[in-house]
Design a protein around this ligand. Structure first.
Ligand code: DCP
Ligand code: CA
Ligand code: CA
Length: 353
């Protein structure tokens, strides 16, 4: 197996730099203002200039401002980052892997086993992917290539930012022996402390502890996970996964309670959402109404065999009618949310069965 992992560099802050090139080179922090008092909230992420000053993700905003009063503090704009992420995932990365697993807004695993002959070719593909993303979106990313998903992620972590790292199969054994256990994804502080108590400092050390003992201390799932990684038998496949939800909303010309008027907008939202899904078929369909007072009301339905765009029109109209029946307010915006989206081919198999 050859897995190529992509992680976008200082993502939210990098998008802000692209939208406003004047701030590039200066320390920038993206903030989630909670609104409870002035500057309450936390830093979502910061660019590398700000990190050098000590501003890190998760830090309270007032503390960051104390350390770096002259840094640039921007409010988070999640919708915009999602849009950029979608364009990179669907528009670029999807074309490079036999399978793609979108793990988060800025991370994806690609199974490239069939695409390349060996790890040397994988490196060239990695370089090509980096160049393409930069050419199209001006975003720098870090790529990690390894024989399994977790190793690929760790390798990427070690090459941030704007890096490209490869771990070849023949290098894995010694890598595992010198890899500090706290660099393994999924090892939180509680587990880390338990491992340390057992004398484990490096990933390979877990094999020196009795498996039953490890299981009783950190649980079966975590123990098996770490053991398989340490013994290099971990082989979780890249799971084809398009985004979990796709939401599309439109603002109407006037606030309304007229079913057909609202439905004319809803149809547009459905079309846009299905285009976004790129041939994927959702198993859940929700109609979301943003009321005149900005309150949100939604109705969702599950379709075990998935719901196509053609059927979604009528179903969404029924859900909309339910909302109008249950609520007396006028609607200001309306939209749909598609969830549990599967590749059409997966469902085909299911139907033929
Ligand atoms: N994020 C957040 N709050 C956190 C951590 C992260 O809101 N406590 C968001 C902002 C990040 C995005 O998730 O831009 C991706 O997280 P990463 O951990 O990958 O961090 P970055 O992409 O910001 O930086 P790096 O260059 O280290 O990947
Ligand atoms: Ca990440
Ligand atoms: Ca990142």
């Amino acid at each position: 197996m050859i897995v190529l992992f992509v992680d976008f560099d200082y993502f939210f802050a990098q998008v802000e730099e692209i939208l406003n090139p004047k701030i590039k080179g200066k320390p920038v922090a993206v903030c989630v203002f909670s609104g409870r008092f002035k500057d309450s909230g936390a830093i979502a992420t910061s660019n590398y200039e700000a990190r050098k000053l000590g501003i890190k993700a998760g830090m309270p905003i007032p503390k960051a401002k104390e350390i770096a009063p002259n840094a640039i503090y921007l409010p988070i704009r999640k919708e915009i980052y999602k849009e950029v992420s979608n364009r990179i995932m669907d528009g670029i990365l999807k074309n490079y892997g036999d399978k793609i697993e979108i793990a988060s807004i800025d991370e994806a695993y690609l199974d490239i086993t069939q695409r390349v002959k060996d790890f040397r070719e994988a490196y060239i593909l990695g370089k090509e992917i980096k160049d393409k993303i930069y050419e199209k979106e001006k975003i720098t990313v870090t790529v990690g290539i390894a024989p399994n998903k977790i190793l690929a992620k760790i390798v990427a972590e070690l090459h941030k930012p704007n890096g490209l790292g490869v771990l070849k199969p023949e290098e894995v054994e010694s890598f595992i022996k010198t890899l500090p256990i706290d660099e393994v994804p999924g090892v939180g502080n509680t587990i880390l402390n338990k491992l340390k108590e057992n004398g484990i400092s490096y990933l390979y050390d877990v094999t020196k502890v009795d498996f039953e003992k490890l299981k009783s201390e950190i649980g079966k799932a975590k123990a098996s996970y770490l053991y398989s990684l340490a013994l290099n038998t971990y082989n979780e496949p890249v799971k084809e996964r398009i985004r979990k939800h796709i939401g599309r909303y439109v603002t109407m010309k006037n606030n309304s309670r007229d079913l057909d008027f609202i439905y004319s907008y809803l149809k547009r939202a459905i079309d846009e959402a299905y285009s976004r899904a790129n041939g994927g078929i959702p198993k859940t369909l929700a109609v979301v109404a943003i009321m005149e007072d900005l309150d949100i009301v939604s109705r969702e339905k599950t379709y075990n065999f998935g719901i196509t765009r053609e059927n979604a029109y009528d179903e969404a109209k029924l859900l909309l009618a339910e909302i109008l029946k249950s609520d007396r307010r006028k609607l200001r915006r309306v939209g749909v949310r598609l969830g549990k989206i599967y590749k059409a081919s997966t469902l085909d198999k299911f139907f033929n069965f």
